[in-house]
Design a binder for this molecule. Structure first.
Ligand code: NAD
Length: 363
């Protein structure tokens, strides 16, 4: 099959890690008989520098006309003083909006060989393997009015939390579907003891659960969920929650695995889906060939599974990553100080070589 992939390298370590992802996709193509066409677009600080806009129109068109989008990361100190509409991160928020990507999927898996790199105890995290589904386009990050005004009693600030029932429905359906494909347990996280939006969220979840009788639905308050993630993360299979709660909980959960350089993400919605590592542009290590490419390579596996329907290929990549880690190969972020470490390119190569042993090359 022939697939059009939009490649947005972005800033900092973006080009280094995306290069390894493209090489991996090329190998998938050769090994399993698919053809990938890579079309590069600009986003973030580099786009601002070169064309004066963190998300040029050509990039939006390119993404809309692709089967899937692969992104590195955006941002860096060079652009920190830019006004909000010219910040690199604005480009990322805008592409999510343009493609109507309403569901952010973050798998969190503890790799057995890396258990020691986690700040949590081994017996707490061993076997943890769950997915956080975060609503991405609604809630308090987008609601209006948002303003600050000076009153007789001093400064007053307003942020507004808005959700349409249809927005709640579509993210919950996405989460039920995912739970149905996994271990059939869905934890819906809210603040229904305080927020009206959470009470509606709960009602909608209960209503949809009737259509998924095999999925066990549990409701959990967000403050309890924050505690349970650290106390007993193995209890979770799929967690679904609104935008701000998901933002906070997914970052908390990433700590369980030990390094931010390991975790992939998928943003699904109406337009082509977007795949990216959860970490940022890591300007402190950019250009040194030491960034961990595994989060981006795992994002490729998600792309193959969710956008391209290539399930065996996705699983083979995930198994190859597991095997490389089992053999003790590590990049600097996950190696102990006394251990040798691989560069970005060496780690990419190890994964490709391991993948090559999965299946004979076609032709
Ligand atoms: P960051 O994720 O870039 O880095 C945090 C720490 O993790 C740094 O020490 C970094 O070296 C390390 N790290 C990150 N990715 C790594 C990898 N693959 N391998 C090894 N180590 C890795 O977060 P930050 O420093 O807060 O932000 C840097 C820039 O990235 C900022 O401009 C921020 O706005 C931007 N950012 C972008 C995204 C995105 O593009 N999705 C997400 C978060 C932050």
């Amino acid at each position: 099959m022939n697939f059009q992939i939009a490649i947005l390298e972005g800033d900092g370590v973006g080009p280094e890690i995306v290069k390894e992802a493209v090489l991996l996709l090329q190998q998938i193509g050769e090994q399993y008989g698919h053809s990938f066409e890579f079309n590069y677009g600009k986003i973030g600080g580099i786009a601002l520098d070169e064309v004066g806009n963190p998300l040029p129109e050509e990039t939006i068109d390119l993404c809309k006309n692709s089967d899937a989008v692969l992104l590195g990361a955006v941002g860096g100190p060079k652009w920190d003083q830019e006004p909000p509409n010219r910040r690199p991160e604005t480009g990322l928020l805008k592409i999510r909006k343009e493609l109507e990507l309403f569901a952010n999927i973050r798998p969190v898996k503890v790799y057995e060989p890396l258990i020691e790199t986690s700040p949590l105890k081994e017996d707490v995290i061993k076997g943890a393997d769950f997915v956080i589904v975060r609503e991405l386009t609604g809630g308090i990050y987008f609601g209006t009015p948002r303003e600050r005004k000076v009153t007789d009693n001093g400064l007053e600030v307003i942020d507004t939390l808005v959700y349409k029932e249809s927005e709640i429905e579509r993210i919950l359906i996405e989460a039920f579907e995912l739970a149905n494909q996994r271990n059939k347990k869905l934890t819906s996280v809210d603040k229904a003891n305080v927020l009206e939006s959470s009470r509606v969220w709960r009602e909608v979840a209960n209503r949809i659960s009737v259509q998924y009788p095999e999925v066990e639905l549990q409701h959990m308050l967000v403050d309890n969920a924050a505690m349970q993630l650290i106390k007993n993360p193995t209890q979770f299979d799929v967690i679904v929650t609104e935008n701000m709660f998901g933002d906070i909980l997914s970052d908390e959960a990433s700590v369980i695995t030990g390094s931010i350089g390991l975790l992939p993400s998928a943003s699904l919605g109406v337009g082509p889906s977007l795949y990216e590592p959860i970490h940022g542009s890591a300007p402190d290590i950019a250009g040194q060939n030491v960034a961990n490419p595994l989060a981006t390579l795992s994002s490729v596996a998600l792309m193959l599974r969710y956008s391209l329907g290539l399930h065996k290929e996705a699983q083979d990549i995930e198994e190859a990553i597991d095997e490389v880690l089992q053999k003790g190969f590590k990049t600097k972020d996950i190696a102990k100080q006394t251990e040798p470490s691989l560069t970005t390119t060496e780690m990419g190569e190890k994964v490709r070589n391991t993948l090559a042993s999965k299946k004979m090359i076609v032709n």
